[in-house]
Design a protein around this ligand. Structure first.
Ligand SMILES: [Zn+2]
Length: 177
């Protein structure tokens, strides 16, 4: 995998994209010199829900599948807990994010929570169709009735008054250009 060409910041000197399910299903013509990766969870999702000949051909001819290390998954889960995105991310989302972080790759996704985590983890992201996020947001869960913060991301109702919990912005900052 040694490459005498210019270093572009990814393993082996080439550019790597890590693709989520939508980035494969909606695959455009990714430039031929970019290495494309995804994860076993995405492959299962793709074949279970979005199976098309076009997607299958793309998987067979263009895509490499790799699984992130446990340590990378733990790191991403911790970032997602801190930002408050954890409840909005599926195990497959976490897997894709972890692989992108581990490889120092560019993440291709339309999902705003995943883009938020990519920003927090210090990797770049590309959105194929929707405008990408312009700010990093930390979310928190608070009671709609009494305003008390929820304990833990899995809480269903307010521990003080039993009121409904809503997700609110705790703080945000614009993305670095
Ligand atoms: Zn309350």
């Amino acid at each position: 995998m040694n490459d005498s060409g210019t270093q572009t910041g990814a393993a082996g000197g080439g550019i790597i994209y890590v693709l989520d399910t939508s980035a494969i299903y909606n695959a455009t013509d990714y430039p031929a010199d970019i290495t494309l990766y995804s994860t076993p969870g995405v492959l299962r999702e793709l074949r279970r829900v979005y199976r098309t000949e076009r997607a299958e051909l793309f998987v067979e001819t263009r895509l490499r599948i790799a699984e992130p290390a446990r340590g990378s998954i733990e790191k991403v889960r911790e970032i997602a807990r801190r930002s408050g995105d954890i409840s909005r991310l599926s195990p497959t989302d976490i897997e894709v994010l972890s692989l992108a972080v581990e490889m120092g790759a560019l993440l291709v996704t339309e999902d705003y929570s995943m883009q938020n985590i990519a920003e927090a983890a210090g990797i770049g992201f590309i959105s194929l169709y929707l405008p990408p996020i312009r700010e990093f947001v930390e979310w928190e869960l608070r009671c709609l009735s009494c305003g008390a913060p929820a304990e833990g991301s899995g809480a269903k109702e307010c521990r003080i008054c039993g009121g409904k919990l809503i997700t609110r912005r705790r703080r945000s900052r614009p993305l670095r250009e």
